[in-house]
Design a protein around this ligand. Sequence first.
Ligand code: P1T
Length: 381
Amino acid sequence: MAGFETLAIHAGQPPDRSTGAVVPAIHLSTTFAQAGVGNHQGFEYSRSGNPTRSALEACVAALEGARHGSAFSSGLAAEDAVLRLLAPGDHVVVGDNVYGGTYRLLAQVHAHVGIAFSSVRLDDPAAVGAAWRPETKMLWIETPSNPILRIANISALGDVAHAHGGMLVVDNTFATPYLQRPLALGADVVVHSTTKYLGGHSDVVGGFVATSDDVIASRISTLQNSVGAVPSPFDCYLLLRGVKTLAVRMDRHCANAARVADALGAHPAVDTVYYPGLPTHPGHATAAAQMRGFGGMVSFTVRGGEAVALAVAAATELFTLAESLGAVESLIEHPHRMTHASVAGSPLAVDPALLRLSVGLEDVDDLLADLERALGVAGGR
Ligand code: P1T
């Protein structure tokens, strides 16, 4: 099988047979001519299937080592499709550190149709087994997790889920398939917010579901067509373009993030640094075993609590204060009030002194200078 970088550039997108174009066309057509009823060239109507989307689906599925992939209009739309695999009365065990929107989808949407959930720390597989109920069908994890970069052992948790007859879903948004391939480690389904590293340029919102299970894949594709949360052809083109450089971007994200994590760890205004590449991180050994690199996300708490955290977030200049992550430009955000506002008061609540960085691809010395200055301005020392 071809290597990752080769697949990222070529999978699902051979040169166009009729024109020789090396870049997939943006097929805007909503419908496709049929020579006779049911006699078509693989496409009928663009919600059900579109050539630009098919190229993206083949490409990202190949990167995840999956037999099937379905693209969605956002990460949450992809998650929603996966949760719709469940029926009223079913139960989900979810990691106790996940994106706020994932919690909101469970608590405010799927709970209302009878899907119960409970959260558990993932670092002890026995505790996850203990949280399993007779009606539990799914274990949902993020690793590294949003926002404090906890690491879960994918293969151990796959074993727990399978021993109970359930499925393991891994949100691979933070790692990307370049750094981690959950299906090869025993996961049943991978979900992505492609808005993040796969797009990589903060200009497209999207989601993805990858699986090698034919039954799950067929159900997801029925949901994709029946519910209709599909990405536009232009969004698919932007994602195909972004994915081509994923490997080189991730290498630099990892290198820059490691430098930032080291600098923060040595800074007197910083309390705790969360980065799985640090040997002191409790998940470091697991991350080193199941990931190719430690990723571009770094979180930290500041001494002085929320007020100092808000001041630092307002004081950085290169790190733009904004939600989202995974693109070329560096971002800073305050999870308690921003991305994780919906988990306030729940067992998933995050520390108000926490700041999250998406370390981008700028000159790392400029990034370090920006943080140093902001931590000083904010009166952290
Ligand atoms: O925003 P959307 O494309 O719908 O993806 C949702 C989502 C799913 N999974 C993870 C791990 C995520 O981080 C997200 C979105 N997260 C942010 C917008 C954020 O700033 O954390």
